[in-house]
Design a protein around this ligand. Structure first.
Ligand code: NAD
Length: 480
């Protein structure tokens, strides 16, 4: 492990004006490395570089199929370096090594998918009568600022960077201060595929310093933010100040509705992935399960068994895919989650299993199931962002939907039933950007993803996301 990592601005690796930040291994609490910390002047330099490249036209004038090929090659580069990236990711973020492998592969998939789409961003011809020829084109916004969270630092950057580059934008990435290291491979990939210097700039900095400077920068033309609601609101205000568009991918409190006819054995797998993958630090985690009262006890027993089956410990030792869970990202996040469980019990929830930190150093928490949760409890409304699942029960289909929709969020939702009519009705009524039927996380890079309500606005993934990165120009020609 390299002990000092620099920012990447205008094609050069540079120190940060704000000094350095320690990056900790959450599995041990020990310092893993240091990273340069950007200040406002570094942000200025990065934005200026990205703007220069944009205005030069070198990227936006390129034939899209060629630009797409470079984007795809970045994904190939990630796969070629999968082992070292995954190891670094596990050490800085805490997830099991096999989950880190999945994240590297997922990141590469975005570059493959959006690289492929580069030449498909077509305009249309609008009929205006015999004397006119009218057409639309889609042009990149220019400098795309992307502010990244710590839970999936690679995939979240890949998601926006690949689509932004495919559509001809230049980028300034503000990496998360807890997990900045793996983003270095995007700089290396950009160099390796021959993108002009200044096309991709990557800097680590504090949110209130480099993050705020970037989101409020007058030469940023578009912003993509993934993170918490509070920060999303600050960024939306900054974007409004400069009248630039932003995409907000915020948190969630997503619910799986489990009907009496559901296959509970199969649901165990959904719950395992839904709430314990990445130690529950997933915006679209299955943090609530709303089960028909007739199956409540059986389901709680099954979910407790799932939670107890997981071996929790250092991600670096968890190499093979299986029933394992790593550290949370920090002691602070773990303590917050443990505290929320204690508060839920004080409000009347039942601790079916887990709820405590592990008796060892490192940010480990027991996989946790709370039963007897009611919609009015704080735990049923607020995002934990940890391995904590709340079980609620319902009597009628309408009540299930009402509970599912009873939070301020609306990121994803799920319905588990053998009755397709019932599932279709529920899908129409659930207020969320994605609905999964009979498989949590069904979908992929191809399917649009984003929030209703306080989960944000705009869509990432799928073809929908491309339109975040382009603006439409209409050209009307009068023919004489
Ligand atoms: P966060 O909002 O604290 O930080 C996210 C990023 O914003 C970091 O890079 C941080 O430095 C930066 N930031 C903080 N303050 C800022 C400011 N004032 N101006 C500009 N930038 C600032 O979120 P987090 O704790 O890193 O991530 C967890 C949250 O992210 C959870 O709520 C989770 O649900 C959400 N999330 C959502 C998605 C999604 O796609 N919807 C994906 C992952 C995480």
């Amino acid at each position: 492990m390299q002990d000092y990592w620099q920012n990447y601005i205008d094609g050069a690796y540079v120190d940060g004006g704000a000094g350095r930040i320690d990056v900790l291994d959450p599995a041990t609490g020990e310092i893993l490395a240091q990273h340069a910390l950007a200040d406002e002047a570094d942000v200025d330099r990065a934005v200026a570089a990205a703007r220069r490249v944009h205005l030069s036209g070198v990227l936006s004038d390129m034939r899209p199929i060629e630009r797409g090929r470079m984007v795809q090659a970045m994904g190939t580069y990630l796969l070629e370096h999968k082992d070292e990236i995954a190891q670094t990711l596990t050490l800085e973020q805490g997830k099991p090594l096999w989950e880190a492998d999945i994240e590297v592969e997922g990141a590469a998939l975005y570059f493959e998918y959006y690289g492929n789409q580069a030449s498909t961003v077509e305009g249309r011809s609008v009929p205006l009568g015999a004397n006119y020829f009218d057409f639309t084109t889609h042009e990149p916004f220019g400098v795309s600022a992307q502010i990244i969270p710590w839970n999936y630092p690679l995939e979240m950057t890949a998601r926006s960077l690949s689509a932004a580059l495919a559509t001809g934008n230049t980028c300034v990435i503000k990496t998360p201060e807890l997990t900045p290291l793996t983003n270095a491979w995007f700089a290396r990939a950009a160099e390796a595929v021959g993108l002009p210097k200044g096309t991709v700039n990557i800097l680590c900095g504090l949110g209130h310093q480099a993050g705020a400077a970037l989101s409020g920068h007058k030469d940023v033309n578009q912003i993509v933010f993934t993170g918490s609601v509070a920060t999303g609101i600050a960024i939306a205000k900054a974007a409004a100040g400069n009248v630039v568009p932003c995409v907000l991918e915020l948190g969630g409190k997503s619910a799986a509705i489990v009907h009496e006819d559901a296959d509970l054995e199969a649901f165990e797998t959904d719950a395992r992935w839904g709430i314990f993958f990445n130690a529950g630090q997933v915006c679209s985690a299955m943090s609530r399960v709303i089960v028909h009262e007739s199956r409540h006890d059986e389901l709680v027993e099954r979910l407790v068994n799932v939670a107890k089956s997981l071996s929790v410990g250092p991600g670096a030792e968890r190499i093979e895919a299986g029933p394992t869970m790593g550290a949370m990202v920090s002691d602070g996040q773990r303590d917050r989650a443990v505290g929320m469980v204690a508060d839920a019990v004080a409000e009347g929830a039942t601790l079916a299993t887990g709820g405590h930190k592990l008796n060892r150093s490192g940010a480990f928490m027991e996989p946790t199931i709370l039963s007897g949760v009611t919609p009015d409890m704080t735990i049923a409304r607020d995002e934990v962002f940890g391995p904590v699942q709340s079980i609620l029960s319902f009597r009628s289909d309408d009540e299930a939907i009402e509970i599912a929709n009873s939070t301020d969020y609306g990121l994803v939702g799920g319905v588990f039933t053998r009755d397709l009519d019932r599932a279709t009705r529920a899908a129409a009524k659930i207020r969320a950007g994605q609905v999964f039927v009979n498989e949590w996380y069904a979908g992929g890079v191809e399917t649009p993803f984003g929030g209703y309500g306080k989960s944000g606005y705009g869509r990432e993934k799928g073809r929908e996301a491309l339109w975040n990165y382009v603006q439409t120009k209409n050209v009307a020609i009068r023919m004489r």
